[in-house]
Design a protein around this ligand. Structure first.
Ligand SMILES: [Zn+2]
Ligand SMILES: [Zn+2]
Length: 256
């Protein structure tokens, strides 16, 4: 069994924990080191037990806790080669492992496959995590659905998926035109409708859990995102459980 807990999930900060009981991974460190340590404590873990930190990309809401975390502990980091150049300066003592889409990495009893996504960052990544028969997809910060996503996510039993904005709320948000264009463009974020499109493409009867994440506090609501995905799941005739990752606190373990 593999399980996932999110420590925070929104445009204001993202971090998640994946565990098989033997191997424990972090995805992103976009909240303070203090909050990461507290969240890990709530998971029954501590940072010394983390076998690897997988980064999606360099934006602050995915990275900002790293500098302080790396001051006390030697971290084992997996990231794209471009991102590694930035991380070398932020975490000089960390062990950096370069990864790229198409490769697979074994960390303990978890097999990790990086997935290319489309975002205005250096080589941004999503991930497929596999332990025995359990497969978990983790997709955040992508403006469109890539071919790699469709192929690699097609057999997942659980999916953590960005559902960033409601198009109408974004248009009426009062934000500058160029920001609206950025968020809704091919290198931005997934709307509730695009998240539903991802699920429509990869859904199958063993897709048991969908966790919606990175919900914009200004341009979406958890209720809208949840309703949109629940409607899609019903239309597909699936019994998939849908939940929303809380923005500022921890989502209890979802077991896959
Ligand atoms: Zn983000
Ligand atoms: Zn981003």
């Amino acid at each position: 069994m593999i399980r996932i807990s999110t420590l925070a999930s929104s445009s204001k900060g993202n971090s998640a924990v994946i565990s098989t009981g033997n191997t424990h991974l972090l995805i992103d460190t976009g909240i303070s080191a203090l909050r990461i340590r507290k969240g890990l404590d709530e998971c029954g873990l501590n940072i010394k037990q983390i076998d690897g930190i997988f980064y999606t990309h360099e934006h602050s809401d995915h990275l900002c806790g790293l500098g302080v975390l790396a001051k006390k502990d030697v971290l084992n980091i997996y990231c794209s080669r471009y991102l590694a150049r930035d991380l070398r300066a932020i975490a000089p003592t960390a062990k950096l492992n370069y990864i790229e889409p198409g490769s697979t990495i074994e960390v303990g009893d978890i097999t990790v496959t990086p997935i290319a996504v489309s975002h205005d960052a250096a080589d941004p990544l999503g991930y497929l995590f596999q332990h025995k028969e359990s497969k978990l997809g983790y997709i955040t910060d992508t403006g469109r659905i890539t071919r790699g996503m469709n192929n690699l996510l097609s057999g997942v039993n659980a999916l953590y998926l960005e559902s960033n904005y409601d198009p109408r709320m974004l248009q009426e948000s009062g934000r500058p035109y160029d920001i609206i264009e950025r968020i809704s463009g091919d290198w931005g974020h997934l709307s509730n409708e695009q998240a539903a499109e991802v699920v429509t493409k990869v859904a199958h009867e063993n897709l048991r859990h969908i966790i919606l994440g990175h919900i914009s506090p200004e341009c979406n609501t958890p209720e809208l995102a949840l309703k949109s995905m629940q409607t899609t799941v019903q239309e597909l005739g699936l019994a998939t459980q849908v939940c929303v990752a809380p923005q500022g606190n921890r989502l209890n373990w979802v077991e896959i």
